[in-house]
Design a binder for this molecule. Sequence first.
Ligand code: FMN
Length: 233
Amino acid sequence: MLPGRLTFLSTREGSIVNIAGYAKKRYSTKAFDPARKVPDETIAQLRELICFSPSSVNSQPWHFVVASSDDAKARVAKAAQGRFAYNEPKVRNASHVFVLCARVLIDDVHLASVLLQEENDGRFVSADARNAQRNSRQGYVDTHRYELKDAQHWMEKQVYLALGTLLLGAAALDVDACPMEGFDAKVLDDELGLRGKGFTSVALVGLGYSGEGDFNKALPKSRLADEVVFTDI
Ligand SMILES: Cc1cc2nc3c(=O)[nH]c(=O)nc-3n(C[C@H](O)[C@H](O)[C@H](O)COP(=O)(O)O)c2cc1C
């Protein structure tokens, strides 16, 4: 258990959780009930969950903005205009909107803070273990910085893991959700002053409860067949 973090124990410990059932139950909610709010303790669980999402070399190159008031959601909705206007009502009527951001740089200050956090959390049994972790992470980061030249893309991949984690967790907590890439990241970054803080918006997740006009609720889920998706060797 990490100090200072809320920890929610599973009520299902020892039993088999039908995790695929949650994946099949969840769907992208196309209209939220503006009158219903997700309880604070449920949002607290989702916040904890998203922080515990895995990332390559534990790089955690992300930041999350949580909009809950009407004013805050209206600020986010400024990025859902014009060709993205189809998402505006979801942003405004969701109980909460999570703005998932990537860092604009994976810089040495960030790497040092990740290492320090790992040290404080008791990850290193010796100075050698600490140095090995630092060097290993640096190797990956340098590969993406200097050889592949895809550091931004690499960081965004990690943010998408957090997105998937959040969606599955919301389903498990009976919260409806809609992931959204349909917004103007430049507008949102400007509105929230993100780039000045070293972040850029990547995806939104509206969280709440299905409302009138949510056509997707009644539609069957659709996924490619197992034989297309899997190869057993
Ligand atoms: C990264 C990502 C971006 C998406 N962007 C939008 C969006 O902007 N607006 C929207 O209504 N749905 C959006 N969706 C929902 C997808 O269309 C939906 O996940 C997909 O059709 C599968 O359906 P399901 O989520 O209901 O299982 C997005 C989904 C993902 C994963």
